[in-house]
Design a protein around this ligand. Sequence first.
Ligand SMILES: [Zn+2]
Length: 230
Amino acid sequence: MHHGRPVRQQKHNPVFKGLITCLLCGGAITWELQKGRFYGKCQSRRPECKGRKFLREDRIESQIVNMLGRLTCPTDEVAEWVLNCLREKHHDAAFQRQQAIDSATAKLDRFKRMDGELYDDKLAGDISKERYEGKHEQFIKEIEEAEDVLIRAQKGTNALLAERILLVELSQKAAELYARKSAEHKRVIIKHLFAALAVDEDSINLEFTSFVQSLASKVRLTHKIIGVAK
Ligand SMILES: [Zn+2]
């Protein structure tokens, strides 16, 4: 259909569109609407793929909701505490980076100025050519070193830590958000919290990313501790 009817297109918006791979052939699972429900299947003509059962969108979604529920900390205080630790770390790292940038910039300015003065001395005939060349070479070396430090410090953006803060925040709201979000939003949640989804012979592998997995195990531990303490 090329007569672009947006309404129709919007209806055909399976949550797992492009998200699930067939483990047998590596192809994408495609989805079709049957009586108001999406069914997914590998479209490969390979005999081992052709004979497979349809996946049901609603069943995978309930597995997802179930898993997301395991990410929620038993109390808001615990989640806030974890987030504050991460934020503090992020803040410290940013501070250190800024310090490195400031000191490298100061060094760069200082040696550029000294090199300029050295040149003036040479022009005025205050120093010999040999002395000028020896000193100039040393200053250039210092300038290059400072420039290297500066470039490295400016590159490091603490992006990983910032991303983890967002992931912890997302993980705490994910179960609730998932239940009321559109297909697009659901895909964002799935892409950020789950490892690549793949379907085996009959079942789908649902796994968190390793970072989210470690979050889930900490949440489990917290449940245990709080449970015992009560
Ligand atoms: Zn396949």
